[in-house]
Design a protein. Structure first.
Length: 229
């Protein structure tokens, strides 16, 4: 899913924010979609600021695989805070209340979404969807929680294409367990108004279409999955 970059998102509308965890070498999942390196970490109070962040958003955007992983981990969906799942495949027979599938272009969809009053919009992943939004000029900020671990291979934070996109560092927060959270604003004035060029294929066990962590802290989702319903 990719389209030419559009005009710079307006700064006085709802922001699209990527809030995600990644390894120190830039992967959001292992080669087979493994998240053990992240979910096995002890959860600190406040979930690295996730509790506060969730109060600032009321809409979530996911790719199909990220959505399916979220379901397996017991994620809950709130009809009052819609979740949009981008997918080219047929819509499942059963869809939870509050979830809507999207197959159209990013620019038109986001224009309609930003016309509605509301809070900021959380782009949760995975790597292909983040790349498509980035190439469409549709992301305002990134919040990347860098986990102190090298994976060596896996699913990259952003699907690999040639796309120089300057970033403005807004903040750095260090946590006691070694995790560092970086907040960037897209330097929209420096974006090239052209489609990103695919990189040559390389041997890798991972794929950018594999899942991103289903929330800013997937440990929460895994704990929900173990709760009696």
């Amino acid at each position: 899913m990719s389209e030419p970059r559009s005009a710079t998102p307006s700064t006085n509308t709802r922001r699209v924010i990527v809030h995600i965890a990644a390894s120190a070498d830039g992967y959001i999942a292992g080669p087979e979609g493994d998240l053990e390196w992240l979910t096995s970490r002890p959860a600190p109070k406040g979930f690295y600021g996730m509790n506060a962040f969730e109060k600032t958003v009321d809409t979530k955007l996911l790719g199909r695989i990220t959505y399916e992983v979220s379901l397996r981990l017991g994620a809950r969906f709130d009809p009052k805070n819609p979740t949009y799942v981008f997918s080219r495949r047929p819509v499942p027979a059963r869809v939870p209340s509050g979830v809507e599938f999207v197959s159209g272009g990013i620019a038109a969809f986001l224009a309609r979404l930003r016309e509605r009053p509301g809070k900021d919009i959380w782009l949760m992943g995975g790597g292909d969807l983040i790349a498509s939004f980035l190439d469409a000029g549709a992301i305002d900020e990134f919040v990347v929680s860098v986990v102190p671990v090298f994976l060596g291979d896996g699913v990259p934070l952003i699907a690999r294409r040639h796309r120089p996109v300057p970033l403005e560092l807004l903040s750095v927060e260090r946590f006691e367990d070694g995790l560092v959270q970086l907040r960037y604003r897209i330097n929209a004035s420096a974006r090239a108004p052209r489609p990103a060029r695919p990189l040559p294929r390389t041997r890798s066990a991972g794929s950018s279409s594999a899942p991103s962590p289903p929330s800013g802290d997937p440990r929460r989702a895994s704990r929900r999955a173990r709760r009696p319903r």
